[in-house]
Design a protein around this ligand. Structure first.
Ligand code: SF4
Ligand code: SF4
Length: 178
């Protein structure tokens, strides 16, 4: 089972100017057609998200309603740079993000029945994070079910890793500035 999620955010919301500049640069890079090969990897990542969505949804529907400290706060709902890259490669247009206010407030995308965003349009950490009660629920599942769950998560992580590595190479080749 995955432990600490990648891209776990700091205590503050990101600087709005830097965040918007990064988002525009990434979207412009994909819009310029420099990333044709990345779209294929984006489709693979989207399929991997779709494969994990239903089982994770079933899990959270069972466990989260009883949670005393809901993890969906605003800072967790803001994507990091790698998420913005993944959204663009998957052909998703992320929503607008409010980058002011208290980062510990409930996430803007949290609705009465859980997250209102499609799985692939959430920051990766929202899928990768398993709190102790969720982890326990997975670990007590029948072995075959448990192995399938782990395999799906591994495929998701591998698809994302491959996409991001290909993106970094294409990004450097097109623009050497960081
Ligand atoms: S994932 Fe865990 S910490 Fe987050 S709301 Fe569900 S039960 Fe609570
Ligand atoms: S799962 Fe949805 S509601 Fe929860 S932090 Fe992530 S984006 Fe926000």
């Amino acid at each position: 089972m995955p432990a600490e999620p990648p891209g776990w955010p700091g205590p503050d919301l990101p600087d709005p100017g830097a965040f918007l500049a990064a988002r525009r640069r990434i979207e412009a890079f994909f819009a310029a057609g420099e990333a044709a090969g990345l779209r294929r990897l984006g489709r693979r990542l989207l399929a991997a998200f779709e494969a994990v969505d239903r089982p994770i949804q079933a899990l959270t529907a069972e466990v989260c309603p009883y949670c005393g400290s809901v993890c969906c706060n605003r800072r967790h709902g803001i994507p990091e740079r790698d998420d913005l890259v993944a959204f663009a490669a998957m052909g998703l247009t992320p929503p607008g993000y409010r980058l002011e206010g208290d980062p510990r407030d409930p996430c803007d995308f949290l609705g009465p029945r859980g997250c209102r965003l499609p799985r692939a349009a959430r920051p990766f950490r929202c899928t990768w994070y398993f709190c102790d009660p969720l982890r326990l629920h997975v670990e007590i599942a029948p072995p075959a079910e448990y192995r399938l769950h782990v395999r799906r998560l591994e495929s998701l992580a591998a698809a994302r890793r491959e996409l991001l590595a290909a993106f970094e190479a294409a990004w450097k080749a097109s623009d050497p500035s960081p």
